[in-house]
Design a protein around this ligand. Structure first.
Ligand code: NIG
Ligand code: FE
Length: 385
């Protein structure tokens, strides 16, 4: 495959501090980049650019690494608009609505579910996402969770088994049996289809002890682990994530100072979900506390029908800055390099030599415009070579 030169880039965000301005984002101005066989092969000033068979003119616009959306629940059917409207009239979110989505998803024919999922993934892609994690969790039977993971696997290698999303109706009053099903037969059947296992560890969902049983079984089955923690209360999820060496703990709305120390020590990423807080009227979480404590931060859309029916990644970025206290550079880093770290990936999330050429070309010269402006089409093109 021949090399492609992308040139006339006003600002190129590489996320490599030894490039360009030496900042966190490693911004190279008046830049060019060479893509060879899907990977970045050269980065530098356009005055020094090599000649290549193919050439793309960025026309003086900025280029950023594609967003790495490390937390989504894209495979579901049905709507929870009624629950959302009730919440905006004062009801609290407690996770109870998950069962409504489970009924709709179980009833959905495979073709319909595939189309719904593909459309959501396409919308994310158009908003700059080039790597997406997708969870199961809206069927909660062995065969059904496998079906959701197969559909997710058609779109990404970052598939996550979330059999422990809630206790399904047919197991109500028998939650121990359900936890045992998830940690045994369901996990064994789903493991070949998943890279990760996740548990909704929170008040009204699964306890720390239940989550520990499921996640340690997942580790034994060879899966990486991540969890939903501290979304609805101080659930102990973040501390469990640190104890087990999870790649990421997600939500973290109610984490304590002790939790932050544990996360910093374990290297577990805290994935903050600004739109889930916006649409449940909780938070906003102060992301500065995490950075000040030495915790790695990612941000993600958490696209799901209950708390964050969001396929607009730029909105997520904008809220991380305007509501959670991150600088524009920190938020962009969190949604690219941070997301990659949350998925234990070093090949995505940046545009240094050797990384995947996954990038988004803005409609203007400054990457800051992604947050400064709220325009309907911030990107001219989103490219994955
Ligand atoms: O990340 N908290 C658990 N899971 C989702 C919501 C699921 C739902 O309500 O359907 C979340 O917010
Ligand atoms: Fe979630």
């Amino acid at each position: 495959m021949s090399a492609t030169l992308i040139t006339n880039i006003a600002e190129l965000v590489t996320n490599s501090a030894n490039l360009g301005d030496g900042s966190l984002l490693g911004v190279v101005t008046n830049a060019a980049l060479v893509v060879d066989n899907g990977y970045v092969a050269w980065v530098g000033n356009a005055l020094d650019e090599p000649s290549c068979d193919e050439r793309i003119d960025a026309q003086g616009c900025a280029i950023v690494p594609g967003f790495v959306d490390s937390h989504t629940h894209l495979v579901f059917a049905g709507s929870r608009d009624d629950e959302f409207a009730a919440r905006m009239s004062g009801e609290a979110y407690d996770g109870g609505g998950i069962l409504k989505t489970v009924s709709a998803t179980r009833a959905a024919p495979e073709g319909a579910l595939r189309e719904l999922t593909k459309q959501r993934a396409l919308e994310l892609r158009q908003s700059g996402v080039t790597t997406v994690e997708i969870k199961s969790g809206y069927d909660l039977t062995v065969d059904g969770e496998m079906r959701l993971l197969r559909l997710a696997g058609e779109l990404t290698s970052e598939t996550t088994f979330l059999g422990a999303h809630t206790v399904p109706r047919e197991y109500q009053g028998r939650r121990d049996e359900y936890v045992s099903l998830v940690a045994n037969e369901m996990l064994t059947s789903c493991a070949p289809l998943a890279k990760w296992a996740d548990v909704f560890c929170d008040q009204g969902a699964f306890s720390v002890d239940e989550a520990r049983v499921i996640l340690t079984a997942a580790q034994r089955a060879g899966l990486g682990i991540r969890l939903h923690g501290d979304q609805l209360a101080q659930s102990g999820g973040a501390r469990l994530a640190a104890e087990l060496g999870a790649a990421s703990v997600d939500h973290c709305t109610y984490v304590t100072g002790t939790d932050l120390e544990a996360l910093a020590a374990s290297g577990t990423v805290a994935t903050l979900l600004p739109t889930a807080e916006l649409f449940t009227r909780t938070g906003p979480t102060d992301a500065r506390r995490f950075l000040d404590a030495g915790v790695s931060v990612a941000i993600a859309t958490d696209c799901n029908p209950g708390t964050s029916f969001v396929t607009n990644a730029v909105l997520t970025l904008q809220l991380a800055v305007t509501q959670m206290g991150l600088s524009v550079a920190e938020a962009l880093y969190a949604f690219t390099a941070g997301g990659a770290r949350a998925l234990a990936r070093s090949d995505v999330g940046g545009l240094a030599v050797g990384q995947r050429a996954h990038l988004a070309l803005l409609n203007g010269p400054r990457y800051v415009d992604l947050v400064y402006r709220a325009n309907p089409q911030p990107f001219r093109r989103v490219l994955t070579f």
